[in-house]
Ligand binder design. Structure first.
Ligand code: HPA
Length: 298
């Protein structure tokens, strides 16, 4: 009984529930209110910075850094390479919210907890999210170090953050996903990449639950069904964002050839090393893209 009471007080710990927790809207509102109380900035753009890419938020001007642990109901990231802070600051003249690290299904969090930060952004009035991740390259031209614009996804995680009763205050029951990755944002990102002399092809991202990497047979299967990239994140966030009408830009950093594409085993340290190596290029690109996206918003 005692343990139960203690567990109930710590909603940020992994839960194995699949139904939408009661009061998710109010929890998101509380978190948004808490964040708004820390700063006068009111970002319309939020970034989720994946493995090794969190450093970008350290460059925001006039920044406040809020540990996830301080934000009511916010999940805490346990993955290596994820600092676990929300940074609100400015990129040029544009106020932004940057998540240094995210939580994943493989950490034991429910899909609702994984998507919760996006719910909070929706309550903060965020209109666009830039989701970044590390991914394995399935398509042969998507080699180590490449940045790839996500054009579409395959949800193979066996989970969807909209499972359970629908809260219409977030959005309708059956959100459209035909244009999940905003076409205008992709045009902007591709133009900025071209300007910087960075090749940034488009690709379809397949999300698996992990945490084991895929087998070569699984990669052949993923290629056959149309995947160009594979990873363990992003898709729940995209679904939650689209549910609330938030526009999405997704960029993968290819940290490794997917299993069996080349004759080498996969190691997580390599994933972090490569993310570290392309960080400069990635950050310069985000800096160029953000003001252009800001100009697109209401
Ligand atoms: N598979 C799944 N997730 C990943 C990979 C991969 O090869 N690389 C980085 N994240």
């Amino acid at each position: 009984m005692k343990n139960k009471a203690r567990a109930a007080k710590k909603p940020s710990k992994p839960q194995a529930k699949s139904a939408m927790p009661v009061g998710e809207f109010d929890q998101a509102q509380q978190a948004a209110n808490f964040i708004h109380a820390q700063t006068k900035l009111r970002p319309k753009i939020a970034l989720v910075l994946g493995s090794g890419l969190g450093a970008f938020a350290d460059e925001f001007a006039a920044a406040v850094k809020i540990p996830y642990a301080d934000i009511p109901h916010f999940p805490r990231s346990t993955a290596i390479g994820h600092a676990g802070k929300l940074v609100i600051g400015k990129v040029g003249q544009t106020p932004v919210a940057g998540m240094q690290g995210r939580v994943h299904l493989y950490e034991g969090y429910s899909v609702h907890q994984v998507a919760f930060p996006i719910r909070v952004f929706a309550r903060m009035g965020v209109q666009a999210v830039i989701l970044t991740n590390a991914a394995g390259g399935i398509r042969l031209d998507l080699t180590q170090g490449r940045l790839v614009l996500i054009s579409d996804h395959l949800n193979l995680q066996g989970a969807n953050p909209l499972t359970g009763p629908n809260d219409d205050r977030f959005g309708g029951r059956f959100p459209d996903m035909t244009m999940a990755y905003d076409r205008k944002f992709r045009v902007i990102a591709a133009a900025e990449a071209a300007c910087a002399g960075v090749a940034m092809p488009e690709g379809v991202y397949a999300a698996l639950a992990g945490p084991s990497y895929e087998t070569p047979a699984e990669i052949r299967y993923l290629r056959a069904i149309g995947a160009d990239l594979v990873g363990m994140s992003t898709v729940p966030e995209v679904i939650a964002a689209r549910h609330s009408g938030i526009r999405v830009l997704g960029i993968s950093c290819v940290t490794n050839a997917a299993a069996g594409v080349i004759d080498q085993p996969l190691v997580h340290t390599e994933v972090l090393e490569v993310a570290q190596r392309v960080k400069g290029e990635f950050i310069a690109l985000l800096q160029a893209i953000i003001p252009k996206i800001a100009a697109e918003l209401r």
